[in-house]
Design a protein around this ligand. Structure first.
Ligand SMILES: Nc1ncnc2c1ncn2[C@@H]1O[C@H](COP(=O)(O)OP(=O)(O)OP(=O)(O)O)[C@@H](O)[C@H]1O
Length: 621
C-alpha cells in the first residue's frame, strides 16, 4: 500500500518527524486501548502514515515503545512500560464548576494544588477531585496575582480565561479593604472606593467598630475592635489586609546558633515582608526553628503562645539550645509561673483570661508567635488574636479545625506560608509517611450484632473497639518488627485490653506525669519499642518519635487529630508509616476515608487495603 505524499509537502523534508513520546501516549489514550498502529497515530496527529511509522521507529529505537507485527503489512506499537500510560498524571479542568480532576497526581502537583484549591474527593483508582473556592484564592500564599496564575497554568497545563477571570476578581476582592495607622496614631479602615465603604462596611459595622468617618472611603475605627471588624467583613466576602503600624517592643539581641535551611530562610523572608503569616508544614519540618529565625529577624519583644505548660517548657529549652538567649531572658506566664520578660511564653488559656489580659495588652509586642495555631479560633483563644502586636506568626501542621474554620486562622493571624510540602518531602527534611487504611472484619458475631443494635456514640464505640483489630495490630507490629511503634486508641478499656494483648505499656490522661515521662524516655532510648497511648498523644504533649503509628481507634472528632497522628510518624527518621484500622462496613470506614482525604490534600500518600484476619508473619531475625 503506497501513501501519496501531499502535493504541498516540500520534497526534501525529513520524513522522520520529531514526535514527542507524550503525543504517542495521548494517541494511545485516545484510541482507548494500550496499543495503536501507525495509521491510527497519523489520524491523531498531522503526520502522514509514513511519517508516523518513521517517527514510531525512531521512538522504538530509544526503547520507550515496542513493535509487534500483526500481519504482512501492519504492526502495532505499544509502550515498553504500560504503567507509563496508565499511571500517567492527567489533569482535567471543569472551569464552570471550578473543579480540577487529577489522575495520579504526583507529590508536587498535589502540593501546588493545595495552595489554591481544596481536595474534595479521591477514588481508589488514584483520581483526585479539587475545587477552587473563594477562600482558597483569598488565602493563596502567592505574592502577586501573576504568581498565582502562573502556578495554576503550570498545574492545569492550559489557560482558562473564564476561570482566570474569576480568580482575578477573587484576588482583587481580598484587597478591597485595609486597616492602617494614621500619621496621628489612630487606626483607619480604608476602602478601595466610596461605594464599598458606604454600601458594605458602614451598614455592617456599628458604632462599637467605627468611631467616625474621615472621608467617603475612610473611617476611624475602635482599636479594640479590629479583630471583630476583620471577621465581619470576611464573612461579608471581603478579607481585610492588616497594614497597621504597630510599635515593636524593646529591641532584643538574639542570634541563632544553627543555620536556617533554605526553605526556612524563605519562610522568614516572606514573613518579615508580609508582616504576618502562618508557617504550615508537616510536624518535624522545622517550624519552631524557623520561628526563632523570625524572632531574630524582627528583633522585638516576643510573646509565644502555646497550648500547654509542657510545650512552654519545651520552647524554653529549644530557645536556650538554639539561640544566644539565656534562661534569664525568657519568662513564662501560666498557672505555674508569672514572669514577663523580653521573650515571654504563655498559654492560650492565660492569654484569654480577663484578669491577665491587661498585662499583655499594655505591652506593644514586636512579635506574637501562636504555636499550634489551630487552637486560636476556639472561643477561649480567640481573645488572644486581638493582642496588640506588630507581627503575628502562626505555626501549624494542620490548619483545619473540626468546624472547618481554617480561614479564621489565616484571617486572625495571617496568610499561609510554606504550604508546599512536596519540596520538604523531596529534600528529605520530612519523611513522607505512608498512610494505609486497613478495613478489619469483626472479631465475632456478637460484636457485630451489638453494633447493629446501637446508635450514636455507642455505635461508634462498638465499631472502634472491635476485637478483630487486636490481630491486625499484632500483624502490623510483626510486619514492622524493627520499628518503634505507637498504638493510638480512643477508649480507655480498649487501651487496657490491647496493652495486655500485645504486652505493651498503656499511657492515658490518667497516667501520673512522672510515670508517663519515664515510659516516654524508655521509648526514646529504645528500651521500649511499643507504647499504647490515648488522646494524651494528640498534642500538647510532645510524643516521642516513632516510625510506625497504628491508629486502632479515635481518629478523633477532627481531621486535625488525624494529621497530628500522621505527624507523629513524619519525623525525618527512616520510613514513617501510619496504619489506620477501621471496621469494615461501619460508619468508622466512611469516617476514616474522609479524614484521609484531608491528609491526601496535603500531599500525603494514602493507600487502602482489606485486612484479612490472618496469623501474623513469623518473627524474622
Ligand atoms: N535549620 C535546622 N538545622 C538543624 N536542625 C534543625 C533545623 N530546623 C529544624 N531542625 C531540627 O529538626 C527537628 C524539628 O524541628 P522543629 O521542632 O522546628 O519542627 P516543628 O515543625 O516545629 O515540629 P513540630 O510540628 O512537632 O513542633 C528539631 O530537632 C530541630 O532541632
Amino acid at each position: 500500500m503506497t501513501v501519496e505524499e501531499p502535493a504541498d509537502r516540500d520534497d526534501d523534508s525529513d520524513a522522520t518527524t520529531e514526535l514527542e513520546l507524550d503525543a504517542v501516549y495521548d494517541a494511545i489514550d485516545a484510541v482507548g486501548r494500550p496499543h495503536l498502529t501507525a495509521t491510527e497515530l497519523s489520524r491523531k496527529t498531522d503526520l502522514t502514515p509514513d511519517e508516523a511509522r518513521a517517527a514510531l521507529e525512531g521512538i522504538a529505537d530509544d526503547g520507550d515503545i515496542e513493535r509487534q507485527d500483526v500481519s504482512e503489512v501492519e504492526s502495532v506499537w505499544y509502550p515498553t512500560d504500560i504503567a507509563e500510560v496508565t499511571d500517567r498524571e492527567r489533569v482535567v479542568l471543569f472551569p464552570d464548576r471550578r473543579e480540577v480532576v487529577v489522575e495520579h497526581p504526583d507529590q508536587f502537583t498535589r502540593a501546588q494544588l493545595s495552595q489554591f484549591a481544596r481536595l474534595q474527593d479521591t477514588n481508589r483508582s488514584g483520581g483526585y477531585v479539587y475545587e477552587l473556592r473563594e477562600e482558597d484564592i483569598w488565602a493563596a500564599p502567592h505574592e502577586s496575582l501573576e504568581d498565582l496564575l502562573a502556578t495554576m497554568r503550570d498545574v492545569l497545563g492550559e489557560r482558562s480565561p473564564h476561570l482566570e477571570e474569576w480568580v482575578t476578581s477573587q484576588w482583587e476582592r481580598a484587597r478591597k479593604f485595609r486597616l492602617k495607622t494614621h500619621e496621628d496614631g489612630y487606626v483607619v479602615l480604608e476602602a478601595e472606593s466610596d461605594d464599598l465603604m458606604g454600601n458594605v462596611a458602614r451598614p455592617k459595622l456599628d458604632d462599637d467598630h467605627l468611631r467616625a468617618p474621615i472621608s467617603d472611603s475612610e473611617s476611624w475605627v475602635n482599636e479594640d475592635a479590629t479583630a471583630e471588624i476583620k471577621r465581619t467583613l470576611y464573612e461579608a466576602g471581603y478579607p481585610v489586609r492588616d497594614d497597621r503600624d504597630l510599635e515593636t517592643g524593646d529591641a532584643i539581641e538574639m542570634d541563632l546558633r544553627l543555620r536556617l535551611r533554605d526553605y526556612q530562610q524563605d519562610w522568614v523572608e516572606r514573613f518579615t515582608e508580609q508582616g504576618s503569616g502562618v508557617f504550615v508544614g508537616p510536624p518535624g519540618s522545622g517550624k519552631t526553628v524557623a520561628a526563632m529565625g523570625a524572632m531574630a529577624a524582627i528583633g522585638g519583644e516576643t510573646l509565644i503562645l502555646v497550648p500547654s505548660r509542657e510545650l512552654a517548657t519545651q520552647w524554653r529549652d529549644e530557645l536556650v539550645r538554639h539561640t544566644s538567649l539565656t534562661d534569664d531572658d525568657i519568662g513564662e506566664y501560666h498557672g505555674g509561673e508569672k514572669s514577663i520578660c523580653p521573650v515571654t511564653i504563655a498559654t492560650y488559656r492565660t492569654a484569654g483570661m480577663d484578669r491577665h489580659r491587661k498585662l499583655f495588652d499594655q505591652r506593644k509586642w514586636g512579635l506574637i508567635v501562636y504555636d499550634e495555631v489551630h487552637h486560636v479560633p476556639s472561643p477561649i483563644h480567640r481573645r488572644s488574636a486581638d493582642l496588640q502586636t506588630k507581627h503575628r506568626l502562626g505555626l501549624t501542621a494542620t490548619p483545619t479545625r473540626e468546624s472547618d474554620d481554617e480561614e479564621e486562622i489565616f484571617t486572625l493571624v495571617g496568610p499561609p506560608i510554606g504550604t508546599d510540602w512536596g519540596k520538604l518531602f523531596d529534600e528529605g527534611y520530612v519523611s513522607e509517611p505512608e498512610v494505609e487504611i486497613r478495613l478489619v472484619p469483626w472479631g465475632n458475631e456478637t460484636e457485630q450484632s451489638e453494633y447493629s443494635s446501637t446508635s450514636g456514640h455507642d455505635r461508634r464505640q462498638a465499631a472502634a473497639s472491635n476485637t478483630g483489630k487486636v490481630d491486625e495490630i499484632r500483624y502490623a507490629l510483626a510486619e514492622n518488627h524493627a520499628a518503634k511503634a505507637l498504638v493510638f486508641i480512643e477508649y480507655l478499656d480498649q487501651g487496657e485490653a490491647i496493652s495486655e494483648a500485645i504486652d505493651a505499656p498503656f499511657i492515658s490522661g490518667e497516667t501520673p506525669h512522672a510515670r508517663r515521662e519515664k515510659l516516654f524516655d524508655e521509648f526514646r532510648r529504645g528500651e521500649l519499642d511499643t507504647l499504647v497511648v490515648s488522646r494524651v498523644g494528640d498534642e500538647g504533649i510532645d510524643l516521642p518519635d516513632a516510625e510506625l503509628a497504628i491508629v486502632a481507634s479515635g481518629l478523633g472528632g477532627s481531621r486535625r487529630q488525624g494529621a497530628q497522628r500522621a505527624g507523629r510518624t513524619m519525623r525525618p527518621a527512616g520510613d514513617a508509616r501510619m496504619v489506620i484500622l477501621a471496621t469494615r462496613g461501619t460508619t468508622e470506614e466512611d469516617f476514616v476515608r474522609r479524614q484521609m482525604r484531608h491528609l491526601a490534600s496535603k500531599g500525603i500518600r494514602v493507600t487502602e487495603t482489606e485486612a484479612e484476619a490472618v496469623e501474623p508473619p513469623a518473627e524474622t531475625e
